[in-house]
Every structure is written in structure tokens, then in C-alpha cells.
Design a protein around this ligand. Sequence first.
Ligand code: NOJ
Length: 919
Amino acid sequence: MSNSVFHFFLLFLTLFLHLTIVFSWKKEEFRNCNQTPFCKKARSRKPGYCSLIANDISVVDGNVNAKLIPKTSDQDSKPLILTLSVYQDGILRLKIDEDPNLNPPKKRFEVPDVIVPEFETKKLWLQRVSTEVIGGDSEPSSVVYLGDGFEGVIRADPFEIFVREKGGKRILSLNSHGLFDFEQLRAKKEGDDWEENFRGHTDTRPYGPQSISFDVSFYESEFVYGIPEHATRLGLKPTRGPGIDHSEPYRLFNLDVFEFLHESPFGLYGSVPFMLAHGKSRGTSGFFWLNAAEMQIDVLGAGWDADSGISLPSDQARIDTLWMSEAGVVDAFFFVGPGPKDVVRQYTSVTGMPAMPQHFATAYHQCRWNYRDEEDVELVDSKFDEFDIPYDVLWLDIEHTDGKRYFTWDKVLFPNPEEMQKKLYAKGRHMVTIVDPHIKRDDSYYIHREATQKRYYVKDAKGNDYDGWCWPGSSSYLDMLSPEVRDWWVEKFSLQNYVGSTPSLYIWNDMNEPSVFNGPEVTMPRDALHYGGAEHRELHNAYGYYFHMATSNGLVKRSNGQDRPFVLSRAIFPGTQRFGAVWTGDNTADWDQLRVSVSMVLTLGLTGISFSGADVGGYFGNPEPELLVRWYQLGAYYPFFRAHAHQDTKRREPWLFGERNTEIMKDAIRMRYILLPYFYTLFREANTTGVPVMRPLWMEFPYDEATFSNDDAFMVGKSLLVQGIFTEKAKSVNVYMPGEQAWYDLRTGITYKGASSHKLEVLEESIPAFQRAGAIIPRKDRLRRSSTQMVNDPYTLVIALNSSKAAEGELYIDDGKSFEFEQGAYIHRRFVFSDGKLTSINIAPSASGRSRFLSNCIVERIILLGHSSGPKSALIKPANQKVDVELGPLWLRGSKGPLVLTIRRPNVRIADDWTIKIL
Ligand code: NOJ
């Protein structure tokens, strides 16, 4: 081939590759269930397949123990050990594993460091089991007490576990359809089963297949939710059953999926095997399987088992599901609810409460792959000021490094990183840099040198440092399962070690599934080896979690435990909420992806991961201005609010689309800043109860069926309802407003009747948002450059009266930065309006002997929605001071806004007790 022909060929090839990359999700790169041996096998089993019975049931060390043995003698299968324990607040835990006394070839993997240590203190020490013969069973079942009004039952033959209301209706059950199967480890012999192949990759299986599967049923439930991460609607659609052809199960396998589809059960970057079920009559229940191997979950449509001959209580509607995992043990938790918030609290009592973020992190973040150099950073930063748009964090993607060596800087593009960060910080702004888990195999790179010497890398099946391809080229991957490796990683974030970093720099963990460009399914081979001899297949889904954990701990250590960390992670696992924020990965700039972002963020919230958001604008592609604007309007209500874009996209900072669009995007961002006091209060609620900041409507209105599958609208806390606009040039939208009480339009104050749908005109300027009647929302209305500069600003309280002319709300404040709040250094107030009087009540525990947080902030305005316009004044106590009540603007900016009843300058201190009586 001549030189020029060769170059032409290369150019053509590059273009071709580029086009296929840009325009397609490569389905064939990922395994489907049929190509995944354990999934195919489990799906082919028929109800009633399991022949195990529970034997030798006894109480030992406060747990119920039993052996699971085959009913008919089976040479190959050894008894399994079952342990059932009970924890406070209606939590039943079931463990099933091989019997260590029968010499299995190795110990199966149990996921460490996910269950929080406090959970063990909640264990109820069982004394005895009672027995009961169920139906025509030949053996009696064993019944244990499970908190107020609930019981756990081990049915011996056929083997089944279920949770029920005391002596009555079932809530949750496992193996009611007899689909339980547990493949025990074997010592290697001749024959097949010792490897698996996919697209030219071979993974050895040194212990043979080791999968586990079982059915779980949720009774009196109309919908199931949860098990992120998928791009699907909120209520999970059935994947098998009458009328459903060729559907895949929901896959839980952390993957770097290029251009994911907006509606698909395929696995994305994270995995949380926690499902919630909800129904009008029974309420909510939950099931969590702590297991880090690949999982596949079928939601079985009604009638799927029509021919099985199995009869479950026929008066109880139910949703059946099938859970299949490649490896690990059964370590499963049943949560009885009965309310949605109870289930979330129960789940987070096991896996941990969401961390309290720093205040700045709850504001707006500006990201792009990449802000090119220091001049670019300075320019973007100054444009925000020029256009009077607040923002808090500027992000640097991989190009800021010296050749994708994390913890380094490109010396030409970023010669003075410290100065750059300090300049931002002078305006109260922060910076985030990216640190990925793949380490460039380059002997001159200190991280690689140390990791090699210390043998800190994941090994391939032959025991050599695993070598895969990622951004830096040939790379190795730190074995984050090892506590020693994590401790070493922690030190890398100290200000001395991370040269060029300052205390205002925070971190972004990307590609931590882990993504390996040349690996099977763009990830690490399943037979790679980790700390303690664990196979990658056993812990794949938790790899990114340990990386996130170590990074987050690194930031805590950097500050000597003084500063709350901020680390964004792409991969997720149960417990991620303890270490930082997450985003939904590489979405696309289209309307469907805008829509699915709502259900994705809601689903994350239901599974404890409250601090999450999607890339505003859509990562791939160039959004039309209208889409970008709508995305800002919606994204302003995501718990994590960040704009981000791929390097091939056109620049899209909010001032680049003409004056009007800039104005609207600025308004959207401002709305977030105005509502920051409300958001921060909700982050604290999440931090203490697990209840997410952004919630599905049914979480607040669990008896209203019309809300169960609504994911076009959502709640921010319990007081704000937001309706997304997901279509181009929308003229009108139907908004369903649940509950008996009315709703006040956030911008106009106009009221709408509850428990009804309203057809509303869609405006360009904003998306519909409403304050619930009966709610008080705290705001900060002054426009600043960043949230940090709002600290001392006064508050506005917006009181939306309900039909009894009452309302209440809360405000939580702390230093926004340190861990002092854990020692009680915070202000927490409840505002109650009733009988024409507003009262501010302290709801923080008494501060005596504890650290205190002081604030001189005052309330500068109180807005009363739904009050008759008669009163002229109000009396403040204990100051005994009269203030005017008059008509004032609902919003300070823009002269056209509505006028509403306003108490001007009450100037009461936010930290004090006071009352204000309308005269
Ligand atoms: C993949 C991430 O999802 C994306 O947000 C990032 O820009 C690129 N990696 C480059 O780091």
C-alpha cells in the first residue's frame, strides 16, 4: 500500500470507528442472559424445582440455625447451613452458605465493610422458636418474633422463609415457588464447566459454577421499585410472563456502557440489589441481598406460574421476582416497613446513612471534558460573574493531568494549580479534579512504582499484575478490596503528597466499575484475583465502592478529620451513600434521557443514595437550546446539580445561547440557590433517617394509587412538587397534585386543588413547581456569586397555609463544612403557624456540654400564602415589637411578579425562640 493510500485508509478507519462509536449502543458487546450460564440455567428452572428441606432447627447464640438437605438423597449435594437472625425495627436476616466443616475447596466471598458496625448492636437475641403446622405440611414450621406485630417463619418442607403479620397475612417470602438453587464449590476435575467464554474472552472457573438463585414474593403489592442502576421507569416492568417476549432480566453488573439507551434493563455503572414493593392496602416492604457478584433479577408478570400447581394464599395479590447471582453467599434482609420511609430507614440502618455533604456541594457545579487550561478556567469563572450567575465548583476532567497520571498536572496547561484554586476560593468557589482507579504502567510514575513494589495491584488468573487498557494506555488496577491498599491510597490525598492540591480541592472517581477498554464487556476478567484469594467475579460490583471509600477517607485524613469529604463516584454499591455523591454516567442530550433521569435519580434515592444527579444538558451530543434550558430547569432540583459534556461537544456554558436563554438558565440556577436552606435541611433529614432529598410522589402519598407509577413529577422533600417538561415546544402539561390539601404555584402563588389533575399552560421561563399547602419553606433570596457568600444572608420564610390556616416546616443549619454537627453543633428549628401565630421552636437536642453552632442570621421577610389580606401589623414576642404586614413581591427579582401578604423586616434571629402574631 502506498503511503498516501495507507493514510487515506487510516483516516477512513478512524472516521468509521468514530461514527460507529458516536451513533450506537453496542448491544453485542454485552452479555445477555442466554450468554450468561448462571442466568440461562436459573431462568430455565420450573417452579417446584427445589427439593431442599430445613432440618435440625435450633436456637444457637440468639440465632435460629438449620440445615438445608435434599429431600431425596443426592450424592453430590452437601447440606447447607442456614442462619436466621432478627434485628430491631422489623428486620429479618437470612444467611445461607456451605458448611465449613465439610471442607469446601475455599471460603465463599462475603462482602466486608458494607454493613455498618452499629447494626450488630440492634440484634435481638432470640431465645426460642415456636412451632406451627401450616396447611397440610408433614413437618411443623418454626416461628420467630420479629418486632411489633410481625413474625418470621421457616417452613421446613417444602423449604420456605416468609415474613407475615402476626399469625396472619404474608408480607414477603423466599422460595415460595421452589426456585432456590445453590451451586457448591468443587475441586477442579476433568470435563467442562471450568471456564466460560464471551466474544473471544475466556474466564476460568477454578471452582466450577457457583451461582445462587431463588424467588422472592412481595404480597399485596402493586409495584416494585429499586435495584439500580438501570435506565428504566420508576415502577419496574415485568421481564417475564404472559405477553412478554424476549425480555432480559434487570442486570446488576457494574459496566461502563457507551451511550446507554433510555429504556432498558441492561446493567449500568452501579448495582444495588435492594428492591422495594408498595401497595395501597399493605404499604411498603423491602428485600436486600448483600452480594457483590453479577446479579440478574426477573420481575415476573402475573400468571407466569399459571401451570406450576403451586398455590400461594389466593386472597393476597403479589409480585413474584427471581434473583440470580453468579457467586457469593445468601446474606439477605427482609424489611417489613410498613411505610415507604420505614423501609428506607430499615435499609439504611444496615448499609449506613447518607453522608452529610458540605454546603457548597449542594449548590451548582460546572464541569466539562475538559476545561483546557488555567486561562480557560479563569475565563469561565469570570463569565459567571459577568453574567451574574452563581456557581460553586469548577471541575477538571482527565486532560488536566500529565498523561493521565492521576495526582499530577499537565505542566504546560496547568503550571500553577495552587494559585488557580486559591483564586477560585477567594470567591468562595471550589475545584474538583478527577482521579480514576487505573494506574498508568510507567516506571517513572511514583504511584505505579510503589504499587508494583508493594504488590498492590489486582492479579490476573496466573498471578501477574493484571494489565488492561484504559485512558493512559496500558494500566494496572489497585486492589481496593485490601484494607492495606486502601490505607496507602488514603495517604495519596495529603496536601504534601498530592502536589498542586489545596484544601479547597475535592475529588471525582470515574471509571471505577472498573472500566477496562480491552476487557470482556469493557471490564475486568472475572478470574482476576484479589486480596484473600477472592475472584473478581465474586466482588466485581463492589470494586468501585471500595475505591470510593478509600478516596473519601483520603480527604477526611487530609484535613485531620476536620473537613467533610466530597467525592463523586460513577460506580455504586450498597453503602455508597456513606462516601459521597454519584451521577448517572454518560447520558445523551435528548428528551427521553431527560425524562429517564428523573426515575434514575428517584430510584437511587429509594436505595439510600440520595446525593445524586444526571449530567445536566446530556453528556453526548449537542442539546438544542430548548432542551438545555429544560434540563437546567429540572436539574436545579436534582440533589446533585452539575452540568457536564463530552469533549467532542460544542461549548455550552449558560451564556452561549442568547440573552433570553441565558436569563432563563440563570433563573433556574438561582432557584436552586434560593432554595439552598430547604435543600440543606433535607440533606440533614437524609443523613439522620435515610429518607431521600428527592422522592417519588408515592413516598409522601402512599395511599394514592395515582402516584404509584408517576415519575414525570417528583417531590423535593415533603413540601415541593416538581413537574418535568420532557417534550419539545410543549404548550400544556397535565400535573397530578396528590393529597387533600391544595398546592401553591411556586412562582405565582396561585392555588390548585389537591387530589386532581390540572392541565396547565407550559411556560418557557420555568417548569411547574408547587409548594404544598401546610408547608413552610425557608429561602435565601439574595443573589451572590457562590453559596459560600450567602452564609450570613437573611432568610425568607414562605408560609403556605392549608385549609385549617396552618402550616409547618423546618430549617437545619450548621457550619456547612466540619464534622462538629455530629457533636451537636447545629441549629434545627421547627416553624409552626397556627391560630394566626408563627412560632419558631428549637428541635435540636439541648446543647449543654456539646459543641454549639452560632448564627446571627435573621429572618428578613415572611410571606403568607392563603391568608386573607386584612391584617396590617404583627406582634413579635418576646421583643414586644410591632411590624408591618403589607403586600409585597413573592420574588424580589422582576417587577411583574405577584404581590402577596408579607411581614416586612421582622428581623428575628434564626437561632432564637420567638412568636409572631398576626393582628
Ligand atoms: C467517563 C465519564 O463518565 C465522563 O463523565 C468523563 O468525562 C469521561 N469518562 C472522561 O474522564
